[in-house]
Ligand binder design. Sequence first.
Ligand SMILES: [Zn+2]
Length: 432
Amino acid sequence: MWHKSPHPAFHPLPHGPDTFSALFVAALLATLFIKVGLMLRQRHHVRARRDQVPAPFADSISVESHRKAADYTCARMALGVVDATVGAAFVLALTLGGGLQAMHRALAGWFDPVGLAHGIALLAALGVLGWLIEVPFALYRTFVIEKRFGFNRMTPALYAADVAREALLAALIGLPVLAAVLWLMGAMGEQWWLWVWLFWFAFNLLGLFVWPTFIAPLFNKFTPLADEALRKRVENLLARCGFRSRELFVMDGSRRSAHGNAYFTGFGAAKRIVFFDTLLDKLSPAEVEAVLAHELGHFHHRHIWKRLAVIAATSLALLWLLAWLMEQSWFFAGLGVDDGAGSTAAALALFALVLPVFAFPLGPLMSHWSRVHEFQADAYAARQASAADLAAALVKLYRDNASTLTPDPLYSRFFDSHPPASLRVSRLRAGT
Ligand SMILES: [Zn+2]
């Protein structure tokens, strides 16, 4: 049973701060080595198969497209290796390197170190710092890699406008949410984790309503689907699948990227189906119908609700864990924070920094679960629309998105939320 002592009294545990530091560094390095190792494997595997289109795709994908996909994958893996390494160094610098401690101390010059303003400033500063570290990678990805392979449609001006809008949203929405969470952590006594969880979950549900109608239109233009023949087709499909007719929109995805997509968002009255204009340009109406049937499959199997339930349970467990860790002096000292020991903001910051390190082994489990869902959605699409059309659509999307047809199986098991193309297409062609 978890019990909170009346004062933030810190008692050393059998495993002291040094043991925890060592464990943390070991986990950080292990995670980095596995990540980098898998990315290098993927690079090697894809490069070795660069000149040979796999047999099932031989008549639908040219050698040039296949080579382009291989080069695109290799370029992204190379950037991924640098990104992962810099990310690990960043986490190390903030924790054992004393970065967070120094920020905590510096901000204490402006704000009362036990006050709400200090906590908000600390977490906001951390957010800005993390964003700054990622900026060069994001720029390189968009203006070098995506541009080289002909995917980027973004001008530097649009990019800057996006950044400004995102920063404004982060400040307008993120800062009040942060303030509310820190306030609940301080004011709700030993059950604060339950209150924060309720608040966080309600906020996320609200987001599902607000995002499609209010936030997404800030970044893209949504116009009602004008193509009458396609609209009829989609409405027939919805009726056949037992879905109420929805608003159908086309999004100007081509403003930013040549990658195509379709999605289904929102709940209740905010529910809508969105097609990227790039998708409609590439696929025939029958193929668009099959892709949408796949999306409806996710709804039919309640994948969204299952995912939400898992997220809710996980976040409750994590908040409970954080509440327990905040009571442990070794958690702060072991991660290089003495000044802010016991501070809710410092605990939250440390938790956010080190959680991905310790949660890394869960990645393959989540990916596996997601791939099971993809197969279910494909099977649903094959029943409600046409398996052949979905297979044809997937081949086109793989080709036009330069997604590799020859992923390294181990890399794929770790990171891919979607099953390899060859598996999906062969299952669809086999009619399962
Ligand atoms: Zn899917």
